[in-house]
Design a binder for this molecule. Structure first.
Ligand code: GLV
Ligand code: MN
Ligand code: MN
Length: 432
């Protein structure tokens, strides 16, 4: 855990120390690990704390209609368009302290760095902490960046969590309204760009000795829900040959998902991360199993081919074992290239501060940037993390790397300002 003095000014150390502060209750819904799902008590406490830090950094803070925290650092004119810097504040269950949160904290530090120097831009900067990126509560992810980008589907508003609490009720508990949720959408003409700093969540930067990297694209993702229906029965009396055990069938399906995920290029990955067994009792043959399937690849066609193979393999297993199978596609996030002009600025910023040629890499992890790309040009900065470990409490970053990332972010914003004049950004149409 990193500690700082009360008089700390904008720094990577402060960004890391604040992530550490937010890694425990009351900022977590669990007492013994970090779990900060969307619209939970930990989320509410976190937003209060972040709002105070935003205010201290010279921003006005508000919670938007989707529960995102937004800090605004005014430009020279009050109605100036916005450079958005952000990431997410939610976590997976038993997650790490830096996934998402470090990007939000570095956004605040970036603004604080300029505010401490009294610098105003011809545009506003807004730092946004998205409430739901992980999909830790509802069955889909990136609900809140989709609200901001104006790309929600009708089915999103009808979502319910595992306890049966609907989005409307969860929003109500947070002082928000379902009817206004989509009103979090930003106008395309007001948003110049979206920039996100994030830990790499993989081993490449560390293995190759780079503190920072520039993301060229984000992998395509599918999320499915599979429901296997067998026949429940007495574990002591139901003969093995008569069973239609939903869990045994699901187990075979999980192995098929693993085999297909492992049979493609290295960036193809397929995961079953969640499973519910009904009735879930030691002395009852399982009658129903619900599980998730997450399939990703850098190239959409590779992901799609794997998903087709998974569909066929699961249907074969279900037919052979005479169980029912209902496979529903819950989320389709296409592969997303980052904006070439902004990424070039980010690469120059990284070169400014490290003196080295930036490592450019594809992100296998999903990010709000892949949704925000539907609203505005996006760029992403990656920081190395220890051992490439993420979605795990052992997630760790070096303070020096966070400091280098902050310097790269400020260099990026300075370069962005130089490409901008009151007549508009100097990026070409093609680059935008
Ligand atoms: C988010 O972290 C994801 O990649 O699923
Ligand atoms: Mn994550
Ligand atoms: Mn993340």
């Amino acid at each position: 855990m990193v500690r700082m003095s009360a008089r700390e000014t904008a720094s990577g150390l402060r960004a890391v120390a604040r992530c550490d502060d937010l890694g425990v209750a009351p900022y977590s819904d669990a007492d013994d690990h970090l779990f900060r799902p969307y619209l939970g008590a930990g989320h509410a406490a976190t937003l209060d704390r972040i709002a105070a830090w935003m205010t201290e950094a010279g921003m006005t803070a508000r919670v938007d209609a989707a529960g995102n925290i937004v800090g605004r650092y005014e430009g020279r004119h009050s109605d100036a368009p916005v450079l958005l810097i952000g990431s997410h504040v939610d976590s997976v269950r038993d997650g790490g302290r830096y996934d998402g949160m470090l990007g939000v904290m570095l956004g605040i530090e970036t603004v604080a760095w300029f505010a401490e120097r009294g610098h105003r831009f011809p545009f506003a900067i807004e730092v946004i902490g998205f409430g739901d990126e992980e999909g830790s509560r509802f069955p889909v992810s990136m609900l809140t960046s989709r609200a901001v980008a104006g790309v929600l589907g009708d089915q999103d508003l009808a979502l319910a969590d595992a306890a049966g609490v609907g989005l409307a009720e969860a929003l109500d508990g947070f002082g928000l309204e379902l009817a206004r949720f989509a009103g979090a959408a930003r106008h395309r003409e007001d948003v110049l760009a979206y920039v996100e700093a994030h830990i790499e969540q993989g081993p490449v930067l560390e293995a190759e000795g780079h503190a920072l990297g520039v993301v060229s694209a984000i992998a395509a993702q599918y999320r499915f829900r599979a429901v296997v229906t067998g026949v429940a029965g007495h574990a002591g009396t139901m003969a093995m040959r008569l069973r239609r055990d939903a869990l045994a069938a699901a187990a075979e399906m999980v192995l098929a998902v693993e085999r297909i995920g492992g049979a493609g290029p290295e960036d193809l990955v397929a995961t079953v991360g969640r499973m519910e067994v009904g009735p879930g009792v030691p002395n009852v043959v399982p009658g129903a199993v619900t599980f998730s399937i997450d399939v990703r690849a850098g190239v959409g066609a590779v992901r799609d081919r794997a998903a087709d193979e998974i569909r066929v393999a699961l249907a074969d297993i279900a037919a052979r074992r005479t169980v029912g199978l209902d496979l529903t596609l819950q989320q389709d996030l296409p592969a997303t290239p980052c904006d070439s002009g902004l990424s070039r600025l980010m690469a120059e910023a990284v070169r400014d501060v490290t003196g080295a040629e930036p490592r450019v890499l594809v992100s296998g992890a999903g990010h709000d940037a892949m949704v925000m790309a539907r609203l505005a040009p996006v760029a992403m900065l990656f920081l190395r993390c220890r051992g490439g470990v993420s979605h795990h409490p052992a997630e760790a970053v070096e303070v020096d790397d966070a400091q280098t990332a902050l310097e790269a972010m400020t260099a990026f914003v300075t370069r962005f300002e130089h490409t901008w004049s009151d007549a508009g950004p100097a990026l070409t149409e093609e680059e935008r």
